[in-house]
Design a binder for this molecule. Structure first.
Ligand code: SAH
Length: 543
C-alpha cells in the first residue's frame, strides 16, 4: 500500500550528494527528506512513494542535529547550487570523506587507506560562473537553476564567488534589456540570450562570454565597450554561438569581439592561458593542493615519462613534471590543446620532450609511445562518467608503474579502481580534496600502483599434501614442477598447478593459495604454462 500522505517521525542518519537527508521508516524503507541534517529527529510528510524509496517533506524538526546551522544564503532553499548550506562546514568535510570511503567499500568492496579530506577555503572560491538568462515580467533576469529544474532563481550575492561576477552580469543584463534582447526559451528553441559566462583570474582579470542562440549578437561591439568601460577588469569579450536544442551550455564557435583572445592565470607558480572553451578547475587554491598531491603520488624519478590523459590546458603535467621528465598530454577540446601547447612554451618546457595532442584519451597511449616513449606514470582526470573499461585495458597493458587517478565522482572512481585491481594494480591510497565546498561534490586523487608479482604478492604456496585425494597423489607438485622444467624449461609454481588442476576438475587441497595480505591479488597461470602443466598431468595419467 502506498505510504503517500502519511506523517511519520524519523531520525535522519545520512545525506545524499543532492543534500537530501536520509532516514528509514519503522519498516526499514528509505526516506529522502530535503533540507534535513544527519542527526535531526523530525516529523515528515511522505509526498511520494515510488516503490524503491519514499520522498518526504519535513513538517517539523523536533530535535535538531548539533551540526545544523542557519543557512547564510537568502536563496538557499530555492537554488540548486549548495547542498550543504544548512550543515556546519566541519560536518560537511566529514560527510564528504565518508562518501568517498563508502563508495570504495560499497562499489569496489575495498577498504582503502583514505587520508583526511583536505580543504583550503569554503567561500568565494569560484573563478567561473555560468548564469542562465530567462525572462520574468517582460524583462531579462539571470541567476542559477533551481534544483532538478531549469527555472532560474535570481539572487544578489552568491557566497561561492566574488561579487564582481554578479555586478558584471547585472550590468550586462541591464544593457540587454535596453536593447530589447530576448532570452532563449528551451521549450520553443526561440530567443537569443542563453547564458552569461564569466571567468576571473587570480589577478582579477575577467573574460566575458555571452552565449547566444544565433549567429550574431546585434551591437556586440557597443555592448562590449559599455561593459568594459564600467568594469575595466574585463579584458576579453566573446560571443559564443550555440544554436543546439540541448542543455550543453557552450557551443563550438567563440567569436572574440574585443580584448585578448585568452586570459592568463597562475597555478603552482606556472602560467596558463585559457580560452573560453577550455576546462580550468574552478577553485584555484584547492586545485594547487590537488595537483601537489598528484605530483607526490606520481613520484616522478629523473627521466620518467609522464602521460597526462584528459589534460585540459596541460595544467597537471606542466605542474608536476620536472625538466627531465618527457611529457605527453592528451585532450579532446582543440582550443584547450592549443592553450596547452602555448602553456608548455611560456613555462619553458623543452619542445624536444613535450607533446600535447588533440585526441581521444583512448588513443593517448599510442600517441605517447610513438612520439615520446612508453609512459612510466599515467595521470587520468576524466569527466564524471569515469573511464571506459577498454581504456583501463589499454592503460594496464601499457603497464605504467603508477596510475594517478583524479576524479570528481567517487562512484566511478571506485568502480574503475576495482577494474584496475583486477588487472594487476593495487590501490595504495586516496586523498579527497574539497574543490567544491558547500556543494554536494568532492574531488579525490587516488594512487594505483602496478603489482610487482615478484615482490608484492604474498601467497601461501604450502600445500597441505594430506588433503590430496588418491588420484591426485599420483604425482606430487614437486614431481610435476620437475617434469615441466625438464620438458619445457619453464618454472611453474604450485599455485599455477593448482589452478590448472581446478580448471580440469581435479580436486586440490583446501588451503592451496590463500593470499596473506588483503591487498594481494592472485596471478593467473599464463597460457604457455597451462599447456605445459596439462601435458605433465597427462604424462602422470592424472587426466
Ligand atoms: N586535467 C585537466 C582537465 C580535467 S577536466 C585539469 O585539471 O584542468 C576533463 C578534461 O577531459 C576536459 O578538458 C575535457 O575536455 C576532456 N575530455 C573529455 N572527454 C575526453 C576524451 N574522450 N578524450 C580526451 N579528453 C577528454
Amino acid at each position: 500500500m502506498s505510504e503517500k500522505n502519511k506523517i511519520i517521525q524519523i531520525r535522519i542518519t545520512d545525506i545524499n550528494p543532492d543534500g537530501n537527508g536520509v532516514g528509514r521508516t519503522d519498516l526499514g524503507r528509505v526516506v529522502f527528506v530535503p533540507l534535513t541534517v544527519p542527526g535531526d529527529f523530525c516529523k515528515v510528510r511522505i509526498i511520494k512513494d515510488n516503490n524503491n524509496v519514499l520522498i518526504g517533506r519535513p513538517e517539523q524538526i523536533i530535535e535538531p542535529s548539533p551540526d545544523r546551522i542557519v543557512p547564510e544564503c537568502a536563496v538557499f532553499n530555492k537554488c540548486g547550487g549548495c547542498s550543504y548550506g544548512h550543515i556546519s562546514y566541519e560536518k560537511e568535510k566529514q560527510l564528504k570523506e565518508e562518501t568517498v570511503r563508502n563508495a570504495f567499500k560499497r562499489i569496489a568492496g575495498m577498504e582503502i587507506k583514505l587520508n583526511p579530506l583536505i580543504s583550503v577555503n569554503s567561500a568565494r572560491y569560484r573563478n567561473k560562473v555560468q548564469y542562465p538568462v530567462s525572462t520574468e515580467n517582460g524583462s531579462l533576469v539571470f541567476g542559477y537553476y533551481a534544483r532538478h529544474s531549469h527555472r532560474v532563481v535570481t539572487h544578489t550575492s552568491c557566497l561561492l564567488q566574488d561579487d564582481v561576477f554578479y555586478n558584471i552580469a547585472k550590468d550586462l543584463v541591464g544593457i540587454f534589456n535596453e536593447m530589447r534582447f530576448s532570452s532563449y526559451d528551451e521549450e520553443s528553441g526561440k530567443g537569443l540570450i542563453r547564458h552569461i559566462y564569466l571567468r576571473k583570474t587570480r589577478a582579477g582579470d575577467v573574460a566575458v562570454c555571452v552565449i547566444i542562440n544565433g549567429d550574431v549578437l546585434p551591437g556586440a561591439e557597443s555592448v562590449s565597450k559599455k561593459i568594459t568601460e564600467k568594469h575595466p577588469q574585463v579584458k576579453s569579450f566573446f560571443v559564443n554561438v550555440n544554436k543546439k536544442h540541448s542543455n550543453v551550455i557552450l557551443g563550438e564557435k567563440n567569436i572574440l569581439i574585443s580584448g585578448q583572445p585568452f586570459l592568463t592565470d597562475m597555478l603552482c607558480g606556472k602560467s596558463f592561458t585559457l580560452s573560453p572553451s577550455s576546462f580550468f578547475q574552478v577553485n584555484s587554491e584547492a586545485a594547487e593542493v590537488l595537483y601537489n598531491k598528484a605530483g607526490e603520488y606520481a613520484a616522478l624519478a629523473e627521466g620518467d615519462i609522464l602521460l597526462d590523459l584528459y589534460c585540459g590546458t596541460g595544467t597537471i603535467g606542466l605542474c608536476i613534471a620536472g625538466d627531465s621528465n618527457p611529457l605527453c598530454g592528451v585532450e579532446l577540446v582543440r582550443d584547450a590543446v592549443e592553450n596547452a601547447k602555448k602553456n608548455a612554451v611560456i613555462n619553458g618546457r623543452n619542445p624536444e620532450n613535450t607533446l600535447f595532442v588533440c585526441a581521444d584519451a583512448k588513443d593517448g597511449i599510442d600517441e605517447c609511445k610513438k612520439h615520446i616513449g612508453k609512459p612510466n606514470v599515467i595521470v587520468v582526470d576524466p569527466p564524471r562518467k569515469g573511464l571506459d573499461s577498454s581504456l583501463i585495458d589499454e592503460i594496464t597493458k601499457a603497464a605504467p608503474e603508477r596510475v594517478v587517478y583524479i576524479s570528481c565522482n567517487p562512484a566511478t572512481l571506485a568502480r574503475d579502481a576495482a577494474i584496475f585491481c583486477e588487472r594487476g594494480y593495487v590501490t595504495i591510497e586516496a586523498t579527497p580534496v574539497d574543490l567544491f565546498p558547500r556543494t554536494g561534490h568532492v574531488e579525490t586523487v587516488c594512487l594505483l600502483s602496478k603489482l610487482n608479482t615478484e615482490h608484492h604478492i604474498e601467497v601461501d604456496l604450502e600445500l597441505n599434501e594430506l588433503d590430496l585425494t588418491s588420484s591426485e597423489s599420483k604425482a606430487t607438485y614437486e614431481e610435476i614442477k620437475d617434469y615441466v622444467l625438464k620438458t619445457t624449461g619453464l618454472k611453474v609454481s604450485s599455485l599455477y598447478i593448482s589452478q590448472v588442476k581446478r580448471k580440469l576438475g581435479l580436486e586440490v587441497g583446501v588451503c592451496y593459495n590463500l593470499p596473506k595480505s588483503d591487498n594481494a591479488r592472485v596471478p593467473e597461470c599464463p597460457a604457455e604454462k597451462e599447456t605445459a602443466i596439462t601435458a605433465a598431468l597427462k604424462h602422470f595419467e592424472m587426466i
